[in-house]
Design a protein around this ligand. Sequence first.
Ligand code: PLP
Length: 401
Amino acid sequence: MKFKPANTIQDLQYFGEFGGVNPSISDSATYTFLKANKMLDTFEGEAEGCYLYSRHTSPSNLYLGEALAAMENTEAANVAGSGMGAITTTLLHFCGANDHIVSSRTIYGGTYAFLKNFAPRFKVDTSFVNITDLEKVESAINKDTKVIYCEAVSNPLLEVADILGLSKIAKKHNLKLLVDNTFSPMIISPKKLGADVVLHSLTKFINGTNDTMGGVVCGSQQLIDSMRSVIDGSAMLLGPSMDSLRAASILKNMRTLHIRMKQHSKNALYLAEQFEKLGLKTVYPGLTSHPSHKIFKSMMNKEYGFGGLLTLDVGSLSKANELMESMQEQNLGYLAVSLGFYKTLFSAPGTSTSSEIPDDEQKEMGLTDGLIRFSIGLDNDIERTFNAMKDCMIKIGIVKK
Ligand SMILES: *Cc1c(COP(=O)(O)O)cnc(C)c1O
């Protein structure tokens, strides 16, 4: 397959019913057939271009799926009503009773809870490993392993997966490498680095306006077809389907993703550098102090920068809370979970998005009480933002005047 540049979403052209510059929205749950025998063919997956029922797919969902497949350089994609809807159905596609998964231990709290607490109901077991240690990853593989699972840039610790290295291990053992690329859309192209499947929560950067949930699985046409199968497809039967109106609105937002990612990255790099200069414990893949800075640089599509996420460790939960409240009072951002918004969002992962992870395991993976995760916004004057943040830090006593 010839790889296309990451901006191919700009090249896609769909016209609406009356020559509109946006595709028409398929505002229908079910579809009529002119000929009765066509219906059976469609059920059996043999009637190309016919729609059946919107849980299966809809024209609007296909447009969005095509744009996401173009972005991730995969043959096809299937959208879902949330990131978790895409992730869980994909994992359950590849794994059933007595199968085993090797997963990064620093992943989104919901995915962690699914693998740790829910998947064992189906006898799907997971070994959680330090994903940056390729030897540990390989030694966790056993005869039942089907999948290696990781996030390109992990939530919330911003560990960076060596996707090329992981894909070599996956190929050697005949496993599938699944990469959640939610933190680094456009920046990292996991498929080009050998990943088999790329997942996203569209709720974050890709939609970017925090008005809807969404998810996607990007992979081969054969994978997407089988996940949508009416007979035994996980996406079709578990039913996380996205609504057509939402698919249409996400597609429109996606067209500015490349511009937004550049601005998120520019602002985050500036703040990370300034915070580090103040002597604060700052984690950002764009800093040379980041343990995986070199690997990130080797994988990234340079023009999009190092992403919009950074973390600060301010020493204690009480200081973290004080700082977040103070910044919110100054209108520098919102104390909220999630990411990829025009406004900066901050939260303490230990007590929020990663609270599913038990305390002792949090400690082991380096998730400290004083950690604040920042999703840096699209601020036009980031220097002004920095100065106001610094004032908050001086006020609560973590930075000297
Ligand atoms: C938010 C998030 C998810 C889950 O997506 P939802 O849209 O909230 O279901 C999965 N992975 C990562 C990295 C996330 O940040």
